[in-house]
Structures are given as structure tokens and as C-alpha cells.
Design a protein around this ligand. Structure first.
Ligand SMILES: [Zn+2]
Length: 192
């Protein structure tokens, strides 16, 4: 019994590097040029994206394609993170990361059972006015900049500048991987 167990352990020890090697080869094959375009697209969709909860700004990492969802822990809605590229953004703290915020769809709310519920715009109401009345914005808007902006006296070019500064946030490692996958995709297409 004991010998059998020792023997088994020994075998496991011996096969472990072999197995690891095999997994390594499989992983390499998975990243190689033999992957289909579909598989490359699939990996791209599964890459990590940052989401923030609507009330407390809790950060959650989930696949980029998840869309708006309800955080089980807080019961809050989660939206994809945006960043403010304004070099003078008042929300920017020291460090590499820009100020992050969400473009909240004010018609959505967390419903029972963790479902996302969409409210209807009441008949006869102007959609733009209704969204504004709920504190929403039509375009992604940095809340930190908004606090100090004099929106009423801004020129169209100034308004556009703030719109251009509000960009979807991408993790640096995700951005790097997307670039690699795009190259792989193009190479794969050429070799078809
Ligand atoms: Zn800002």
C-alpha cells in the first residue's frame, strides 16, 4: 500500500514537468497563426475592461463585452469606465492613471433579481430634456471638469474639446494585447 503510494507520488513528480511542457505547447499553439479569425475575435472580446459602479465608484474588472450590469455585492449599476484626457482636469491625482468616470445612462436602473431595467421616456416629454432633468448627459462628460466649466459661455470648439477629452478607458495591458491580436488578425487574413 505504502509502496504503491510512493510509486504513485514518484510518477506524479516525474510527469509534472512533462505536463507543464505540454500545457505550454498547447498555449503556444493557441496563440499561433493556426488560430481562426473567430478565435482571435473571441479573445479580443474576452479581454479585461474596467467598470465603475454608479454610486460609489467601486472598480470591477469584467470582459469588455459585458455591457451595463448590476454588481451583486453593492446592488449598483456598473458602467464601462471613461477617462478624462484634459491635462488640467481637476479630478486628476498624482500617478499615471487619469481621472476615471462613467457615462451614466440615467434611464437605466437596477431592478429586482440583479436585472437592468430601462425606464421609458414619458409620452410627450422631450427626450433630451428628460435625460437632463435626471442629471444625465448626452455625451460622455467628465464630472470633475464639469464642476468648473462655464458651459453656457463655451464656444462650440471648447465644447468639442471636452467631448474629445472624454475617452473610453482601456487597461494598458488590454491595449497592448488588442494591438497584438489585431496584427495576428491581419496576418491570418493574408494567409487565408
Ligand atoms: Zn476632467
Amino acid at each position: 500500500m505504502l509502496r504503491c503510494s510512493i510509486e504513485r507520488n514518484r510518477r506524479q513528480v516525474c510527469t509534472a514537468p512533462l505536463l507543464l511542457g505540454l500545457i505550454g505547447c498547447m498555449a503556444l499553439a493557441g496563440c499561433g497563426k493556426d488560430r481562426s479569425l473567430h478565435e482571435i475575435e473571441k479573445e479580443k472580446r474576452s479581454l479585461d475592461a474596467l467598470y465603475l459602479t454608479a454610486e460609489t465608484g467601486k472598480e470591477i474588472t469584467a470582459p469588455a463585452t459585458k455591457g451595463v450590469f448590476v454588481d451583486e455585492e453593492t446592488g449598483e449599476l456598473c458602467f464601462p469606465a471613461y477617462m478624462c484626457a484634459n491635462p488640467d482636469c481637476p479630478g486628476k491625482k498624482s500617478g499615471d492613471r487619469p481621472f476615471l468616470f462613467i457615462h451614466r445612462d440615467v434611464l437605466l436602473r437596477a431592478g429586482p433579481g440583479g436585472k437592468v431595467v430601462c425606464d421609458e421616456i414619458p409620452p410627450g416629454k422631450d427626450p433630451v430634456e428628460f435625460i437632463k432633468s435626471r442629471g444625465g448627459f448626452l455625451a460622455p462628460t467628465c464630472p470633475a471638469c464639469w464642476k468648473v466649466r462655464k458651459a453656457r459661455s463655451e464656444t462650440p470648439a471648447q465644447k468639442q474639446q471636452f467631448i474629445d477629452w472624454a475617452r473610453p478607458y482601456t487597461f494598458p495591458e488590454t491595449a497592448k494585447r488588442v494591438e497584438e491580436l489585431e496584427q495576428e488578425y491581419q496576418q491570418r487574413r493574408k494567409s487565408r
